[in-house]
Design a binder for this molecule. Structure first.
Ligand code: GUN
Length: 284
């Protein structure tokens, strides 16, 4: 039987550790506040944004909410982010993606001060990650590293294959696995012989965005499989990029969907918010 990697339990552990730390920092006058910006009312984004605000409340971090209409212009959003950059009561800024098509998301990400970039999406944060400097880490990949470490799965020396090369998951995932001394391959939709490449993996991270795409044929016997996907199957049940029933018997450990990677993203966002408080502590 494969070890089921319990993201719900591990994310709760992390949030509880952060709650204690926030309390300790609060006692010495350090506080944090996250500004959460949503443009338009995409229902999925509203769920994510609400969950982020709830996590702040649970941990004891303040949050300010900016719900802007769909018709908000790029200039108006840039102006808001600049105001939040200058606002000393705001430590972290999160602009929920996707943004409406008339707004250039890259410009908005670049406008967020790297000191408040709790999503870890700013080119400065990305550069720091790749050269091994301290900085904000992209939340989903950082959460996957925590899932592995807290499940007793060593990364050092392992063949790690990441399927997917997005700026939010695939690329930062590769950087983080490399930093943990994994041997890293990034595969993607144009990779030749994807099955053969995936089968090399001791640790297979799947962020391909295709429902139940990864079957047992892609998985080496005894591999660890981490599924970043989130979809609805033909019965309207949540499922991932991995065909769990087919793959699970061949793995040594696997994440379920839901309850695997999903809950970790918010836990690591909270860790980045607390990091802004730790930095205040170091500076004082
Ligand atoms: N949309 C989907 N995931 C994320 C995320 O991690 N951060 C932001 N800002 N938007 C998202």
């Amino acid at each position: 039987m494969a070890q089921l990697i319990d993201g719900k339990k591990i994310s709760k552990q992390i949030k509880d550790e952060l709650k204690e730390e926030v309390q300790r920092l609060g006692e010495i006058g350090k506080n944090a506040c996250l500004a959460v910006v949503q443009v338009g009312n995409d229902p999925a984004s509203s769920v994510y944004v609400n969950n982020k605000k709830k996590a702040c409340a649970y941990i004891g971090i303040g949050s300010k909410s900016y719900e802007l209409p769909e018709a908000t212009t790029e200039e108006e959003l840039v102006a808001l982010v600049e105001d939040l950059n200058a606002d000393e009561t705001v430590n972290g800024i999160l602009v929920q993606l996707p943004l409406p098509a008339h707004i250039d998301a890259d410009r908005i990400i670049r406008t967020i001060s790297p000191d408040k970039d709790v999503d870890g999406f700013h080119p400065v944060s990305v550069g720091r990650l790749w050269i091994g400097e301290k900085g904000f880490l992209s939340c989903t990949p950082a959460g996957i590293i925590q899932l592995l470490k807290r499940s007793g799965i060593a990364i050092e020396g392992k063949e790690c294959v990441v399927i997917g090369r997005s700026n939010i998951v695939g690329k930062p995932m590769a950087a983080l696995l490399l930093r943990e001394n994994g041997t890293v391959t990034v595969a993607h939709s144009r990779t030749k012989d994807l099955k053969e490449v995936a089968k090399r993996a001791d640790i297979l991270i799947v962020a391909i965005g295709k429902k139940k795409f990864i079957t047992a044929e892609y998985v080496k016997e005894g591999a660890v499989v981490i599924d970043v996907g989130m979809h609805r199957d033909e019965n309207n049940h949540l499922c991932g990029d991995v065909d769990f029933e087919d793959v699970e018997p061949h793995t040594s450990a696997i994440t379920p969907v839901p309850g695997g990677v999903g809950p970790m993203t918010i836990a690591m966002l909270m860790d980045n918010c607390v990091e802004t408080m730790r930095t205040q502590e170091e500076r004082s």
